[in-house]
Design a protein around this ligand. Sequence first.
Ligand code: DLL
Length: 444
Amino acid sequence: MVMQCNSVNPNCFDSEIETAPRERIRHIQFEKLRKQIHWTYERVAWYRERFHELGIKPEDIRTLEDVRYLPFTDKQVLRDTYPFGLCAIPLDDVVRLHASSGTTGKPIVIGYSRHDLEVWSDCVARLVTMAGVTRADRVQMAFGYGMFTGGFGLHYGCEKLGCMMVPAGSGNTERHLMMIEDYKTTVLISTPSYALHICEVGESLGFDWAASSMRVGLFGGEPCTPGMKQEIERRMHITCTDNYGLTEVNGPGVAGECLHSRDHQHIAEDHFLWEVINPATGEPLPEGCEGELVLTLLDKEAFPMLRYRTHDLTRVTTAPCACGRTHARMLKVRARTDDMLIVRGTNIFPSQVEDVLAGIQGLSPHYLIVLDNETGMDKITIQVELRPDAFSDSFEQLDDFRHHIIDRLRQTLLITPVVKLVEPGSIERTAGKSKRVLDKREKS
Ligand code: DLL
């Protein structure tokens, strides 16, 4: 039975909507979807042309399921219409821009109206509250304040909740440690990899995490394996939640982890309509099947987004959650359709490498996959970092360990990688999203 939020879980930012019966959520979604389609069709030429090509009109969408007849949007559309081609309001009414750098060429840029910023802050305040954060908390921001949505997005959501914000920004790890100590901050916002770095630097300087004021980590922006989360929780003596979002649909605030469903994240369904599709065919998949997440913004004024293809692989369930929230939950994203590496004809996801390494005692969670084809054939080298306690002076011991890692990787990847053991601390740490793949192959 789904319990009422107020009795089981006082930690809702907006309990009326977060625990609404599913029928009510669907009703709200459909009402918003209809309006959003009209809004978009009437104001954005690119969408209007796609509707005409598909031979559909806004009034043809009569049920939530009819969303499947709408055109997809993807990053390429944002590049083709860069910078303001998808904007649905006068530029004078746009009050903020954010951008995502991506890997190639121009960034993609997204605009927000004042209403859009309000909605965004509400969504973020929800996920922050889901992690047990209250207005009594002091929140230290370790995401950058800039075009990246992480910094400002989480900042304003926390402020909305009434937290004391410490806008430290990314980098300068020792200053972060000083602020934790001096301001007695209780919540850290960062990527999981940077949180681990702060943890390690603190340990090396004798920082006493058990005695520190820090109690919650709000992570996001990159995949966080269960192993990595547990490790950070154990070493920093905090509780962490992992939160999902992407620039094209606001940024953080799309989905957040509650304290009951640790491998899933509740989607803010009154603002985002989700679909899971077969990435190869574009066909919708039934609930529970793994596929590519597609999101439609339900009340965005400035840059409406219909059926945005995220390339993120997940599965979604509407089964009740013990926390009392009724919004659907997506399985945490571990892989993207476009981060698959093809090495000598074999498909490899970095998350597979990560899973194998996480299961081997003595390795740190930092690794780097290097691909090259200097000899004319693809070569995959995996640099793995030893923990200080696994480091040994004996060459034989280290070489046995290396062969053990190769065997384990071969069983999963089905090809034999080169494995290089590297010293603790030698894989580059970044204050933002970590880079796990270095592809040096020349593309012919
Ligand atoms: O990373 C937005 C964000 C900022 C979310 C801070 C949460 C916290 P982008 O830079 O546009 O936006 O990158 C979006 O990052 O499509 C996923 O592939 C990946 N991603 C984001 N959050 C997670 C997560 C922000 N919690 C892309 N788990 C997305 C796994 C994530 N992948």
